[in-house]
Ligand binder design. Structure first.
Ligand code: GLU
Length: 297
């Protein structure tokens, strides 16, 4: 079956579609009323990572540039009326930056979409990427990863009354995902009877789902839960993840000193309770959520 591929360069439409909405999270999250306190990460003093070119450049500039998503509620999102991104990835970014000796106001957030994460790291536009970024061998050819700090799984977002119950029900259906993402690749490789529609950002897929021009949106369950929460009663997450998506902090290839330091930061945060606080503040309860083990490859 012919695949429909649409590519749209700007994320503006999707961002507009999300305006007026608050911060997302899992359906289990406690909600704004009894929301957990914003965590604070103690900023390390006297850090000297002189073997890291990336760190040295950021130190000299007085700021560290981190690529993040800005339209994924609960993970990396800028809500209406706010300039600051918020979400679990943003907390991980702050936690890591603090370990490297950067205050929160020394972080410059640059928007990355799925397809430009590798080129942004390769070209030095960003010092690191914390953006629902799956660690895999293909990507490791051109960038490095610290982590994982979370393991998500590919899932489907559908209308509340849809009878799509898994990827095998996508035959002849339109499913939307994002260029340069692992879920889009997976649909292309394994679910060839689905009609794949792609944009540069998931919020645009959600707009299409709302208008009925696609039947499903596919990406990581963690991302989809954020949208389902925003559109409660309208959309549901199928809830049967069919891949593993270990999230890593993307780093310029070959900066081993930086990779070690970021792995240290993640391990320390998992040990001292900061990771848990970050999760509870953004995604909700950690009940049933496994804290992954950092893989120092
Ligand atoms: N985790 C997947 C990936 O890195 C999907 C989410 C995303 O596109 O950011 O491709």
């Amino acid at each position: 079956m012919k695949k429909l591929r649409l590519t749209v360069a700007s994320v503006a439409i999707g961002m507009l579609a999300l305006s007026g909405c608050g911060q997302g999270g899992t359906p289990e999250s406690s909600g704004d009323g009894d929301k957990a306190e914003a965590p604070e990460y103690s900023v390390a003093t006297g850090v000297d990572l002189k073997d890291s070119k990336t760190w040295q450049k950021a130190k000299d500039a007085g700021e560290i540039t981190i690529g993040v998503k800005k339209d994924q509620p609960g993970l990396g999102n800028v809500s209406a009326g706010s300039k600051e991104p918020e979400g679990f990835d943003i907390e991980i970014a702050k936690m890591v930056a603090a370990h490297l000796g950067f205050e929160p106001d020394q972080i410059k957030y640059t928007e990355t979409v799925s397809a430009n994460r590798e080129p942004f790291l390769q070209q030095g536009n960003v010092d690191m990427v914390v953006a629902t970024y799956t660690i895999n061998d293909e990507r490791k050819k051109v960038v490095d990863f610290a982590g994982p700090y979370y393991v998500a799984g590919q899932d489907l977002l559908v209308a509340e009354d849809s009878d799509i119950a898994g990827p095998d029900d996508l035959d002849g259906k339109k499913v939307c995902s994002v260029d340069g993402s692992t879920p889009a690749q997976n649909i292309e490789d394994k679910y060839t009877k689905a009609e794949l529609v792609t944009y540069d950002a998931y919020s645009k897929c959600v707009t299409d789902l709302q208008s009925g021009s696609v039947d499903a949106v596919t990406t990581d369950d963690a991302i989809l839960r954020g949208y389902a929460k925003q559109y409660e009663g309208e959309f549901k997450v199928v809830g049967k993840p069919f891949t593993e998506e270990p999230y890593g902090v993307g780093l310029p290839k070959g900066d081993d000193a930086l990779r070690d330091a970021v792995n240290d930061a993640l391990e320390e945060g998992m040990d001292n309770g900061d990771w848990k606080k970050a999760f509870e503040y953004t995604l909700g309860s950690t009940d049933g959520v496994d804290m992954p083990k950092v893989d120092r490859y």
